[in-house]
Design a protein around this ligand. Sequence first.
Ligand code: NAD
Ligand code: WQD
Length: 355
Amino acid sequence: QVKDMSQTESILVTGGAGYVGSHTIVELLNHGHSVIAIDNLVNAYALNDNHKPESLKRVEIITGKSITFYNIDITNRKALSNVFQMHKIQCVIHFAALKAVGESVQMPLMYYQNNIAGSSTLFQVMQDHNVKKIVFSSSATVYGTPQFLPITEEHPAGQGCTNPYGRTKFFVEEILKDVCISDPEWRVILLRYFNPVGAHESGLIGEDPSGIPNNLMPYIAQVAVGRREKVNVFGSDYETPDGTGVRDYIHITDLATGHVQALSKINEPNFKGWEVYNLGTGKGYSVLEMIKAFSKSSQKEIKYELSERREGDVAASYADASKAKKELNWTATKDIDDMCFDTWKWQSANPNGYQ
Ligand code: NAD
Ligand code: WQD
């Protein structure tokens, strides 16, 4: 049976070539959704600019399904508009953003332009085409320094953001709430991720940071594979059981299925306005526990050195994920050993990422 794609209702995934986007597309396709992905490839690898990004080619291998891809910048209103004209979009899942915390301190205007102006442009185009359902990638970073643990969705957000990147996430949340207030037809789900790690169990797709990884897990993985000498442990005098920072690491596949569940929720007839959900496991692990677990999974010695705290870091952060359990019927199923094992499978099979 041949389907007329223009008549099929699709999910538009912005930033679809990235880490969270590519893994989410796998789950969307596996759940029978049709997907249109857009990405400007600023943080994704493709052989040349007009080619499909490598991550999405591999998603097609994993799923046996095809993805329509456009190399488009979300700040380009005209180009975005064309996509909405060509395809029947049911809902948007919006991942496209710059996400390096340190870089955002150096280049705040670039972050505000890309993440806020880009999002606002996307929402205008959605409005123009009467597409009023969106799932947005927010971050636990909007909670700032936790006032209590575990962090519930009611925890104050915004004021405590310690960097421009975090503020872009908070501002976009606020923009979407204003849009809902202005027009009751809008339906918005804000997902606040804790620390996504791991890779698809096939080892074909995973996290591929450019340059020196900012985040712990890809750094550990590069030490294990021999690309870097040792992990610098940022701070060993925190008020945590072993003195190192504690985070709620969540397997990327669990995070991805959270989006599929959010999509079901947003399509419920009685869904109104906006909802916020934490996506985490509810458990916290320290830096040293992560290094140990990775060493076990990879059977590699991971050298590390205790060093100074990193500016802007908090001692501990982990989610109360009970709202997502209750309302999205979603819960994380994979543990820290799965996270390390799958990261290692990806990293050892692709020591230099997608290149
Ligand atoms: P990523 O960099 O791998 O993916 C983002 C994708 O967006 C990239 O492929 C990039 O090329 C694309 N992009 C950026 N600006 C664009 C633009 N103007 N137009 C079109 N495409 C653009 O990052 P990720 O880890 O997959 O993160 C996805 C989303 O989740 C981001 O919004 C990020 O802020 C959010 N988030 C990530 C984490 C995390 O730790 N990975 C945690 C919380 C929230
Ligand atoms: C985890 C722990 C570090 C690297 C960041 C963003 C946040 C969100 C997720 C997007 C901390 C320690 C790290 C290293 C280390 N991203 N560490 N050595 O800082 O919790 O969150 O990514 O929204 O906004 O801030 O994650 O992986 O950088 O750090 O000791 O080389 O590992 O101090 O305790 P973080 P992370």
